[in-house]
Design a protein around this ligand. Structure first.
Ligand code: GUN
Length: 295
């Protein structure tokens, strides 16, 4: 790989080894392996792919995983009952409800129902509040993965200008909170941009670290990036491609070809942030199981 590429796949593999070693120690001590459950409602293709990847990653490190598949027509009440069942199940350390949910289900109501101690996605309002206050909690998987990626690539963030594109509850908002906090890997000056931001290019060009999480294929062009900036691409989009065996290829929110020649460091898609999100979920599941075993 070219030397300015941040290899998320390799860094994730390193962390997976660390997690596998910790799980092996639990098993040696005759403590049950951590157990993650995922609920998926409906047939959204991307969600199916994510859940299968999460299951495989669990298997790789010795974490037990169970997927609960529910049909598209599942009612909000039925899903709330399933969550209550997992909240009560002592064999499940943590669980996630894969998003997006079908439109007839209120995602906020669902997330609020999850026992915060089992909310390994870190999406429950209590856990978001704790993150905001700098108290120990589960960090949302993608922001947690981005922080780990920056740390392990020796990117200094304190005092740097980080520009975040996109203010979703899953990525943009929490990463801007984490990087601006007065804490060990924070202290950055953060600008959070969104669809109504004016003079966007003027702002992105000031970024020492640019994080793209807007959900628009190849939106970030070389003209928007300062020479030497660190560019983190959170997007993942399937583009129809009859020349490819799968019938599609993947791109991010960043025009990789253009931006790689300007950036000091850049994450690819695939193989950048994606694998880090999954290992963060494994780390949170391990943490959840420590609460159970009080180690
Ligand atoms: N959909 C996209 N990203 C995520 C995630 O991190 N967790 C869940 N539950 N759903 C998602």
């Amino acid at each position: 790989m070219s030397n300015n590429i941040i290899d998320g796949k390799a860094i994730a593999a390193e962390i997976k080894k660390e997690i596998a070693a910790k799980v092996a120690l639990m098993i040696d001590a005759e403590i049950e392996a951590p157990h993650l459950a995922a609920i998926i409602v409906g047939e959204d293709a991307a969600s199916q792919t994510y859940v299968v990847s999460k299951e495989k990653a669990c298997h790789d490190v010795g974490i037990t995983s169970t997927i609960y598949r529910m049909p598209e027509k599942t009612t909000e009440k039925e899903l709330l009952e399933m969550i209550e069942f997992l909240n009560q199940d002592p064999d499940i350390d943590g669980f996630i409800v894969q998003l997006p949910l079908p439109k007839h289900i209120n995602a906020d109501k669902i997330i609020e129902k999850i026992n915060p101690d089992k909310d390994v996605d870190g999406f429950h309002p209590r856990n978001i509040g704790m993150m905001q206050l700098g108290l120990p909690t589960y960090l949302p998987a993608t922001p947690f993965g981005i922080i780990e990626l920056l740390k392990r690539s020796n990117v200094e963030v304190a005092g740097k200008h980080c520009v975040v594109l996109g203010r979703s509850n899953i990525v943009g908002t929490p990463i801007s909170i984490l990087l601006s906090r007065k804490s060990e890997y924070g202290n950055a000056t953060v600008t959070l941009c969104h669809s109504l931001t004016q003079n966007l290019e003027e702002i992105t060009k000031q970024a020492d670290i640019l994080i793209a999480a807007i959900g628009q294929p190849e939106f970030v062009k070389a003209s928007m990036v300062k020479k030497g900036a660190v560019v983190i691409d959170v997007g993942i989009h399937r583009i129809d491609d009859s020349a490819s065996e799968k019938g599609y290829h993947l791109v991010g929110d960043v025009d990789f070809e253009e931006v790689a020649s300007v950036a000091g460091k850049i994450t690819p898609v695939p193989g950048g942030v994606g694998p880090m999100t999954i290992v963060s979920l494994l780390q949170n599941t391990l943490l959840a199981s420590k609460k159970r075993t009080r180690q």
